[in-house]
Write a protein that binds this ligand. Structure first.
Ligand SMILES: [Zn+2]
Ligand SMILES: [Zn+2]
Ligand SMILES: [Zn+2]
Length: 362
């Protein structure tokens, strides 16, 4: 059984995941050359036709509703090597699965730990082995986001889950162990420190100004217009003022919503369009780009009523720079690419990508 432990010095958590050590390291490792990949790979467990190589399917989108066929467009399966596991139904009230209350005093938290209850799912975002976010139609990207929204709603319903992290590792350097394009969904039994500290920043700002920090920031960025990459109807893509990574971006709804499951159809559709355009630009700038994409959102209702506000957003961290001693030691990043310059390059890349898209005959 995995364990989750609290680090008193950093206030961060570590999942001690014994299952993961069984993970075969040399099995279909992620490659870093997107252009040369085939559309199908007979040895890939995520390619259509190999459905029986994954654990039993959780959900999928199929045009004709045929169960378990190979005609899916998006598919969600449990991670074969989960970092966190669901509480077995027959151990519902078992003490071993109880998440201990967070102790208030520092000395009581020295060895805080809990069972690694949660879930770890894989969202196979496309049947195409060589698929990428910039290659999808807006309609397909919306389907991916619809499935993410559904999973958010279902997983947050579990009493063991305090936070759901959706993310994507693309490229070996960014931590992908399989090449086939996929997202991961992890349900955690605790609120992670990264989200907690953002939430606390928003709370502080709200106490002083009665406004949302992110809403205000977006307003300024639109006025200044030097870091704005894309302006959809309901979402913006921008280069953060203090970008830590070269070509780091942030995708944010202009309407104040705390989580992804609350987003309307129109918002989801616009988010899909902004993601496809942004990654179209990334992909025309870099032939293969390792990156991490991180969804930050909290559901409105019970779980955000702890007293702090939130504004949903997505971070994209290209992994072109090496995180070394300064970054790990001081949380201070050296970024050789001014975000204002990156923005100009994104704008040019987006134009050439759009011109190319328009010239492809149907
Ligand atoms: Zn594949
Ligand atoms: Zn806001
Ligand atoms: Zn964030």
């Amino acid at each position: 059984l995995p364990e989750i432990r609290f680090d008193v010095l950093s206030a961060g958590f570590a999942v001690i995941a014994t299952e993961r050590s069984k993970r075969p390291r040399d099995f279909m490792p992620a490659e870093d050359k997107g252009d040369e990949l085939p559309e199908r790979d007979a040895n890939c467990p995520f390619c259509p036709g190999n459905e029986n190589e994954t654990p039993p399917e959780i959900t999928a989108k199929r045009p004709h509703g045929t169960a378990l066929g190979s005609d899916w467009s998006v598919r969600v399966v449990p991670n074969k090597y989960p970092a966190l596991v669901a509480r077995p139904i027959d151990q519902g009230e078992d003490e071993a699965w109880r998440v201990p209350p967070f102790p208030g005093s520092p000395e009581a938290t020295l060895y805080w730990q809990a069972a690694g209850a949660g879930c770890h799912e894989v969202l196979i975002e496309s049947p195409a082995h060589n698929g990428s976010l910039g290659s999808y139609s807006t309609a397909h990207m919306k389907q991916v986001l619809d499935v993410i929204k559904e999973r958010f709603a279902v997983i947050y319903d579990s009493k063991d889950i305090a936070y759901v992290q959706v993310f994507k590792n693309s490229g070996r350097i960014a931590g992908a162990s399989l090449t086939h394009p996929h997202f991961q969904i992890i349900g955690l039994p605790v609120m992670p420190s990264a989200v907690l500290s953002e939430g606390m920043r928003l709370k502080e700002y709200e106490t002083k100004t009665r406004r949302c920090l992110v809403c205000d920031l977006l307003e300024r960025e639109v006025e200044k217009d030097v870091r704005l990459i894309d302006k959809g109807e309901r979402f913006l893509a921008l280069s953060p003022f203090a970008s830590r990574y070269s070509y780091e971006t942030l995708i944010v709804p202009t309407e104040h919503v705390s989580g992804f499951s609350e987003m309307s159809e129109a918002m989801t559709l616009d988010l899909a369009a902004v993601i496809v355009r942004l990654f179209g630009a990334y992909e025309s700038m870099f032939s293969s780009l390792p990156y991490n994409m991180i969804f930050h959102g909290l559901p409105s209702g019970v779980k955000t009523k702890r007293g702090w506000p939130y504004h949903a957003h997505i971070h994209v961290y290209p992994r072109l720079n090496i995180e070394a001693g300064l970054e790990l030691g001081s949380g201070t990043y050296i970024n050789p690419t001014p975000p204002e310059l990156a923005t100009k390059e994104f704008a040019a890349a987006m134009q050439s990508w759009e011109a190319q898209e328009c010239s492809i005959p149907d």
